[in-house]
Design a protein around this ligand. Structure first.
Ligand code: IVH
Length: 703
């Protein structure tokens, strides 16, 4: 600053003494300082833009720019920061994922305890809550309440100092939680710095509390991927959110699309709020998302009817709500009412009863996943529950069967965990007749009969020739996200493996028309179509093949990352754990599973067979495509686009590194909507997904 302000005087001084070398050093320094100043300004402008658009996207739900434009700003910021690392600050939007894995979390003491909430289950109990408050306060008539959804996620607290996110922790026992700052930094809903706002001065210190959750759609995608990767599934979105937040590797947390709804302040300095509703508004102004369905009710009757109105509507939401929270609006009354040791007296939750049904267990079967995990499944007498008929329930693992003492023939209560996956809640032991049969923990794999190994709570079959695993692996290999072999579905694969025609996925490429015709429901034409589809799949891009190999922890996205980084299968096979671990988005556990996979001799044989069959093992996308804004993005197509068949659109997207899915979810980046779009259009609109018409699509592919 001194140099810049006093330029004129210093120049004159240097000139007077005629020291030319010093002049040139000085002017270079001067130029560098002013260039640096410009760069820093530019960086700050880009950050401000990103924060603004984050607010529009995550808080207001009204994005002003397409994801493409947003990504361009982020790319520019990243590139400036990598050229000028001295300007990187921890609150820069680029700094969400940077943390190293930790061996354990440090403990975090809450300055203001994170209390819990008392529960009620009926309208009468709510009215009694209001009466109790009136009795305590004596001088008030009607109490104003703010009603909010009770989000079924994980409670967290976020500390902001001068508007910058500094620390975040879980609730723990209410007095102490875990410091999960690095993981929380990966949650895009959490601004690393508050939005600038004219309406309210940013306090020097403020603690914001809220609930981290995983949307239902993302929960299903996560579990589906885990099932395909042979990993244990999460029982419900809350467990998935809690598990994701407590991962020791923040890079893995970053891959879980965790979201936040903030609902109150904890400790704060130098600011004042009158009502709870003002706090919610301030939180939104700071740039954190508040659930939009909160309502200010004039009295308890209004509050009760608002709570009741959500009982059935809640199932339309894309997140789990296990009730409503009723909060006294006036903060002065909060102080007057105070708290018990467990919960404040100014708040009550109104819990919905989860829907349950009673049925009997016909049988317990065991499924073998593609990496050998054995999962017990209860085969139920079909029973209607929350809108669907439930006939199977996952029993998760064998310890769970023992813990709940579940027997074949038992009457059981089933519930949809998080209203999505049915699970057995309890056994009605009083209904036992004595004919129920205990389920023996298998010592051998039900498919190949080799001995199983116990790993933590899971049983695993490690026989590389196990037919059940082989079937799962082949089904996955041929599936849409992988080699996408049309016509090669589970039923056909079951038959081919059972008849010993194929043993592994490389054998698909030796199939002849005569192998197919004897199969059930296969005619000459469909057999030929399948042979053609198999042939066509040989040319798929490397990322499809990497995904298709079925490496533990590697789904479609990680496969793209690996394809881009290595370019050929050979290079990937030679990579060390350290090399893999260095890649952004690949954590240490994933790196290990890749190296383990390729060091297996059976894998090497299968890969040699694939190569011999002429399957492409090189990335075909060029440099320009690999950095295109399509790479890694998820597309859904609806309606017809004049001039393109559905397959052509899919091929273009895949050729540029994008993914095509069939259903719109929170993970969808673009919906390509042609003429006569279907219900997907509505869903995309609801979710705020970018919708492209033909022109939009063409602009995207030819930027
Ligand atoms: S207010 C002292 N508001 O419910 C109470 N909590 O059972 C402060 N929760 O630990 C919490 N949605 O994790 C509040 N809109 C909401 C909520 C909410 C979910 C959770 C929170 C709390 C638990 C209590």
């Amino acid at each position: 600053m001194y140099y810049l302000k006093n330029n004129g005087r210093l120049e004159a001084y240097v000139a007077y003494f005629g020291i030319s070398a010093q002049i040139s050093v000085f002017f270079r320094l001067k130029t560098r300082i002013s260039v640096n100043k410009n760069v820093n300004e530019k960086i700050e402008n880009l950050r401000a833009k990103i924060r603004y658009h984050d607010g529009k996207y995550y808080v207001d739900n009204t994005p002003e720019i397409a994801d493409y434009e947003y990504d361009q700003i982020m790319i520019e910021l990243r590139s400036l920061e990598s050229s000028y690392p001295q300007f990187i600050t921890p609150d820069s939007p680029t700094q969400r994922v940077g943390g190293e894995p930790v061996s354990e979390f440090t403990s975090f003491e809450h300055r203001v305890p994170m209390l819990s909430i008392e529960n009620t289950y009926s309208n009468e109990e709510l009215i009694e809550f209001d009466n109790r408050i009136k009795r305590m306060l004596k001088d008030v008539d009607d109490i104003e309440y703010v009603i909010e959804h009770k989000i079924d996620g994980v409670a967290i607290t976020l500390w902001y100092e001068d508007g910058v996110f500094t620390r975040g922790a879980t609730r723990g026992n209410g007095i102490r939680g875990d410091d999960v700052t690095t993981n929380l930094r990966t949650v895009k809903d959490i601004p690393l710095r508050f939005l600038e706002t004219d309406h309210i001065r940013i306090p020097p210190v403020i603690e914001i509390r809220g609930e981290i959750y995983l949307p239902n759609g993302d929960f299903q995608i996560l579990n589906h991927g885990r099932e395909e990767a042979g990993e244990a599934q999460f029982a419900n979105p809350r467990n998935a959110a809690a598990g994701s937040l407590k991962l020791l590797d923040p890079q893995t947390t970053a891959k879980r699309p965790l979201r936040l709804f903030a609902y109150s302040f904890g400790y704060y300095e130098d600011c004042k709020f009158t009502n709870h509703i003002d706090c919610l508004e301030a939180i939104e102004k700071f740039g954190l998302p508040v659930n939009p369905h909160y309502k200010l009710c004039k009295n308890i009757d209004e509050a009760v009817s608002y709570c009741n109105s959500w009982e059935t509507k809640k199932s339309d939401l894309d997140y789990q709500v296990d009730g409503m929270v009723i909060k006294v609006n006036s903060l002065e009354l909060h102080d007057r009412l105070g708290s018990t040791s467990k919960a404040p007296r100014w708040v009550m939750s109104y819990k919905y009863h989860p829907e349950e049904a009673t049925t009997t267990i016909k049988d317990i079967t065991v499924q073998v996943g593609k990496t050998g995990t054995l999962t017990p499944v209860a085969e139920l007498n079909p029973v209607p529950l929350s809108g669907t008929t439930v006939s199977r329930a996952s029993l998760h693992n064998f310890d769970e069967i023992e813990r709940k003492d579940i027997r074949v023939g038992d009457y059981v209560v089933v519930q949809k965990a998080g209203e999505i996956i049915p699970q057995v809640v309890k056994v009605l032991t009083e209904k036992r007749t004595g004919n129920e049969k205990q389920f023996g923990v298998p010592e051998r794999c039900p498919a190949c009969k080799s001995e199983v190994t116990k790993e933590e709570v899971y049983l695993k079959c490690y026989n590389p020739l196990c037919t059940a695993q082989a079937k799962r692996r082949i089904i996955y290999f041929a599936s849409r996200n992988a080699m996408d072999i049309e016509g090669l579905g589970p039923a056909m694969i079951e038959q081919l493996v059972d008849k010993n025609v194929i043993k592994d996925y490389a054998d698909i490429y030796s199939l002849k028309i005569d192998d197919l015709i004897p199969l059930e429901r296969v005619g000459e034409k469909s057999a030929q179509n399948l042979i053609d589809a198999i042939e066509e799949s040989k040319g798929r891009d490397l990322h499809c093949l990497i995904c298709a190999l079925g490496i533990q922890n590697i789904g479609a996205h990680a496969a793209e990352v690996l394809s881009k980084n290595f370019g050929t299968l050979g290079k990937l096979m030679d990579a060390s754990v350290e090399e893999l671990d260095e890649i952004f988005e690949i954590g240490e556990i994933t790196a290990k599973s890749i190296v383990d996979f390729f060091s297996n001799s059976h894998t090497k044989d299968v890969i040699n067979k694939l190569k011999a069959a002429g399957v492409n093992v090189n990335a075909t996308h060029n440099e320009a495509n690999s950095i295109s804004d399509i790479a890694g993005k998820s597309f859904v197509i609806t309606g017809t686009l004049n001039g393109y068949t559905r397959k052509e659109i899919e091929d273009i997207i895949k050729g540029l590194g994008g993914k095509v899915s069939s259903a719109v979810s929170g993970k969808t980046d673009f919906l390509i909507a042609g003429e006569s779009p279907g219900s997907k259009h509505e869903k995309a609109e609801k979710l705020g997904t970018t919708i492209l018409n033909k022109d939009g699509f063409e602009n995207l592919i030819n930027p």
